[in-house]
Design a protein around this ligand. Sequence first.
Ligand SMILES: Cc1cc2nc3c(=O)[nH]c(=O)nc-3n(C[C@H](O)[C@H](O)[C@H](O)COP(=O)(O)O)c2cc1C
Length: 295
Amino acid sequence: MEGITTPVYRKVHKKYFGGVDRYFSPFIVVTSTHNLKKRETREYIPFEKDMTPQILTAAGTDFAWAAKMLKGLGYDEVNLNLGCPAATVVTKGKGAGLLRNKENLRVFFEDVFSENDLPDITIKTRCGFWSHDEAEELAEIFADYPFKELIVHPRIREEFYQGTPNPDSFKIIKNKVKCPVIYNGDIFDVSSLRDHLETDDGIMLGRGLLRNPMLAEMKDFDIYDSRLQGFLNELYDEYMSIMSGERDVLFKLKELWTYLIASFPDREDEFKRLMKASTGAEYKASVNRIIHSYT
Ligand SMILES: Cc1cc2nc3c(=O)[nH]c(=O)nc-3n(C[C@H](O)[C@H](O)[C@H](O)COP(=O)(O)O)c2cc1C
């Protein structure tokens, strides 16, 4: 997830919590110049085992270039983002913007799969741009190309993150394609995770894992789990060691806390203080008060 599941987050999460088979990088923007920003290259250098880099781009030729470049670095799988709904992304024909014109989407995939020596290609997609009625046509297009796996978030672009994921659109795509179809969307607790694991080929967790870092272990959030303190301390220290100052580190960690706080009922007042913290000491004091106020 952009700005949140950084290499630092992935490393520290992996150290303290289990259950995740594979992490995905936030999207890496690739333009026609093929000049990647330093911030983007840090997503995949140094090489990270069990991590799939995700590319956000408007042209199949640029995607193929990036996929081969990443393969050269050791990545055997690369993911294409067909889901980002942000206006700044969509208007440039990237992310969910690629779902708007189905002819162009085919051209995109033709450009990709006419290349040799690609790594495995997976996609992360929504089920339409304007309407769920588009799921059928999208499924037909996806079925024509040799994807290793599809990750489907069954909302359309126009829904952004509103409403509930649509199980019918998910099924339409799942029934049409031959590769495994991974479910993504609104899995926030163990019981919905368990339900989806029974019926689906696999699960991608998003906000649910940010709210509850032990969710992939099939554990509902445990306020008393001693790993939480270590996890948060180490995130702080790791960010301090690579970022230019406390302000930037606090900005990063406050963003994570906008998700984590959902797991700490009745701590809204302390959360407000945490969000106003302007020094590391204030931030840590707030975290301590939130975490230890239940003991
Ligand atoms: C702040 C934010 C950043 C996101 N960044 C990405 C991204 O870089 N790549 C991606 O495929 N999805 C991204 N997503 C979408 C999530 O991966 C996921 O598809 C969506 O939140 C629904 O799943 P969830 O309910 O499990 O979170 C982002 C979502 C949010 C809220």
